[in-house]
Structure formats: structure tokens, C-alpha cells
Design a protein around this ligand. Structure first.
Ligand code: GLA
Length: 396
């Protein structure tokens, strides 16, 4: 058991008398395929060794006791009184709420003893994943709790059902209309493998990540502009608006069905400029991600890296979800010939860049970039080294 898991376990034991089950729930990185999980695209995430640890035990009362170690806050709620709150509470309560909804939706006899939470539980959680860094601490919080509840109450949901449940949980109380990428990677991560997820069919394949001679390093801007979740929903709406026009004008039902970006040109006049730009990015990124998947499977990291830079340009100029701090870090990467690919990662407006760097140049690049970033923004960037891990699981 690592130190965070032990800490979570110890705090549980100080507060409750039972012996908890322990779970690890990872955050994720994403190699390419950004903002297209909710646009029928492909994404290439992987679960990482930064995440959230949970200690959970049933308590045979009507109450759920939560203790967030990272926020040093507690919450006790009656199971009949689950409602929207703020901050971390929204994420855990929304997951519980989804199980309650399921209990109402599914006939009593379909699985095991029937659904609906029968009694409460005690739950302590904490992790080593930065909030707002674009590595999906929210999916880690949701996934670990959903997995634990599913196991302890013996509900029998499979990993895909749990990922979808967590996605709905994020839509509901927190109100972020996210795609499926983060929750899916959280459930389906595989050690040293990349997931190629088809977000239209919600099916995936794995392939091994061979980084011979290179390393993946994340650089956290340490900024998280408050626009992030509201602008996320705006992007989603703009894409829906664009697709509506494509449907009406030409019966195109999915961005996936557009094979080259030029096919969008005839509709330019029918769309607001921003809506056209968003659609153009989406179509380009869906094509790019398919090319990238082939390149990564062939271990052609050099060409793969070039596509990462292209993705960044699209996210920055057409999709407009980058920010000056992220653009600066990617520019620094572009200036260094040993950084073969870099781009902003995740929802944007702050958080991390993901960089593929020649092993022998990692140290120099990071120290030069750190100094330049400090000088420009008076902020210490955080270097995050990640290992690729299995998805959410029980630990001993
Ligand atoms: C967030 C969302 C994901 C995805 C990314 C952008 O992480 O939760 O569903 O849309 O942003 O690719």
C-alpha cells in the first residue's frame, strides 16, 4: 500500500469502527483526440498513476459519511436527502444520485437483489492528482466511488455501465456536459497501453505504448481560468448548432461522416463564424486522430508528434480553448528539436501540456522552460511525470 492509500485507510480507522475496502481510481492523460469525444470522434487516453484512493464500508444506517482528506472536510447526508451542493460534494453526491435513479429505473428483479441503495456507507478519500490540471480528477473521484458502491452493494454493473453512470453524474449535479473519454479511461485503463476509443460506438482497442528513447512529461501551467466549465458547455452547444445545419442542409448526421474538411465549405455562409471554426476543428481532429492512431501503432513517434502540434494549433485558434500560458509552453516545446510533440491536454483554459521528449534532453528542456515560464508569468510550473496504469480497482 502506498503512503496516500495508508493515510486514507488510517483516517478511516480513526473515524469508523469497521474495516474498509480500498480502491484506487486513476486520472488520465490523452495523447490526441481532444474535444471530439462528444462529437463522435476517436480519442487516445490512458489511465495514469495519479488518482484518488477510497476507503469505503457499508454502515447499515440511513446515512452516508464522506470525508475528503484533500479538502479536510466532512459531509454527512441522509440517503433520502441527496441533493445538489457545491465543490467536491457535488461529484460524490451526484454519483450516489445516479445509483438512486438507477434503482428507480430498473425493475426489481433484473440484477441480484434489485437496485437502490439499501443503507448508507462510510467513505474516506484523497489523492495525488491536482484539481484543474486537465488530468481529470473529477472522473477519478466519480469512478472510485461508483466502483466501490457497485462492489459493496453487489449491483453487478460492468465497467462500461459504470463509466456511463459517472458521465451522467458529471452532467447532473456539477453541470459539465462532458463526453465519455475521462470516465472510460478511468474504468478501462491498461498498464503501459493506450486506449483507442471510438466515441461513436463506445468500443475500444488497446495497443502497447512503446516510447523507446522518449518520455512523456506533463507541464502544469498551474492556472485554471474560471471559464473552463461554462465555455466547455458553450463549445458543445456550438458543435450541436453546426451539426444541426449540416443535417438540415445535407442530411449529415455525424461529424464522423465528413471525410475531408473542404466538405464543410459549402455551409460556411450558413453558420456563424465561430460555429464554422468549431466544426472545422472537429472534422480535422477526427481525421487527425485516425492518422495518429496508425502512426502510434507503427511506432512512428516523430510523425505522431507533428500531429500533436497541429492539434494544439486547432485547439488554440479554431476551437479557442487554450490560453496564453498553455500557448507559451507549447511554443517553448516547438522551439526545441528534441521535443517531438506537445499540446494542451484536456478541457483547456489552463491545466497541463503533454510533451513527448527525447530522454537525454528532458532535464535541460524542463529547466529552461521552467525558468522562462517563471519569468513570463511569475508562476512556478509543475512538472508531472506519469506512468500508465490499470483502471479503477480494489487494492489490498
Ligand atoms: C474534459 C471532458 C472530456 C473531454 C475533454 C476534452 O476532460 O471531461 O469528456 O471532452 O475535456 O477532450
Amino acid at each position: 500500500m502506498n503512503t496516500i492509500a495508508s493515510k486514507v485507510n488510517d483516517i478511516f480507522k480513526e473515524n469508523f469502527s469497521s474495516t474498509p475496502h480500498l480502491y484506487y481510481s486513476p486520472g488520465r492523460i490523452n495523447f490526441i483526440g481532444e474535444h471530439i469525444d462528444y462529437n463522435d470522434g476517436f480519442v487516445m487516453p490512458a489511465a495514469i498513476d495519479k488518482g484518488v484512493y477510497y476507503a469505503i464500508a457499508l454502515n447499515n444506517t440511513d446515512e452516508i459519511n464522506f470525508h475528503s482528506v484533500d479538502f479536510d472536510e466532512k459531509l454527512t447526508v441522509n440517503i433520502r436527502d441527496i441533493k445538489k451542493m457545491t465543490g467536491w460534494k457535488n461529484y460524490v453526491l451526484s454519483v450516489v444520485n445516479e445509483f438512486l435513479i438507477k434503482g428507480l429505473e430498473l425493475p426489481f428483479s433484473t440484477r441480484g437483489e434489485g437496485l437502490g441503495l439499501r443503507g448508507g456507507f462510510d467513505c474516506v478519500f484523497g489523492g495525488n492528482i491536482a484539481n484543474g490540471a486537465g488530468i481529470s480528477s473529477s472522473a477519478a473521484v466519480e469512478g472510485g466511488l461508483a466502483f466501490g458502491i457497485n462492489e459493496l452493494f453487489k449491483f453487478g454493473f460492468n465497467r462500461k455501465e459504470l463509466a456511463l453512470l459517472c458521465q451522467r453524474a458529471e452532467h447532473n449535479f456539477p453541470g459539465v456536459m462532458c463526453g465519455i473519454m475521462d470516465q472510460y479511461a478511468n474504468m478501462f485503463g491498461k498498464k503501459d497501453h493506450v486506449i483507442l476509443l471510438d466515441c461513436r460506438s463506445i468500443e475500444h482497442q488497446y495497443f502497447p505504448l512503446k516510447l523507446e528513447g522518449y518520455e512523456i512529461v506533463l507541464i502544469n501551467t498551474k492556472v485554471h481560468h474560471s471559464l473552463a466549465s461554462s465555455e466547455y458547455n458553450v463549445r458543445r452547444k456550438q458543435c450541436e448548432e453546426g451539426l444541426e445545419i449540416l443535417k438540415k442542409e445535407k442530411g449529415i448526421n455525424s461529424f464522423r461522416d465528413i471525410k475531408i474538411p473542404e466538405e464543410l465549405l459549402p455551409f460556411k455562409d450558413k453558420m456563424a463564424d465561430k460555429v464554422y471554426d468549431r466544426c472545422k476543428y472537429v472534422v480535422e481532429e477526427i481525421i487527425r486522430t485516425q492518422q495518429a492512431a496508425k502512426l502510434l501503432q507503427q511506432n512512428n513517434l516523430i510523425e505522431f508528434g507533428k500531429l500533436m502540434f497541429e492539434t494544439h494549433d486547432g485547439l488554440s485558434k479554431l476551437y479557442e480553448v487554450s490560453c496564453k500560458e498553455l500557448d507559451f509552453l507549447v511554443e517553448k516545446a516547438r522551439e526545441n528539436k528534441d521535443v517531438i510533440g506537445a499540446r494542451m491536454m484536456g478541457g483547456g483554459f489552463g491545466g497541463c501540456t503533454i510533451n513527448i521528449i527525447k530522454k537525454e534532453s528532458v532535464k535541460d528542456f524542463l529547466s529552461e522552460t521552467t525558468i522562462a515560464y517563471q519569468k513570463k508569468f511569475q508562476i512556478d510550473p509543475e512538472i508531472i511525470e506519469v506512468g500508465i496504469e490499470n483502471g479503477t480497482r480494489e487494492i489490498i
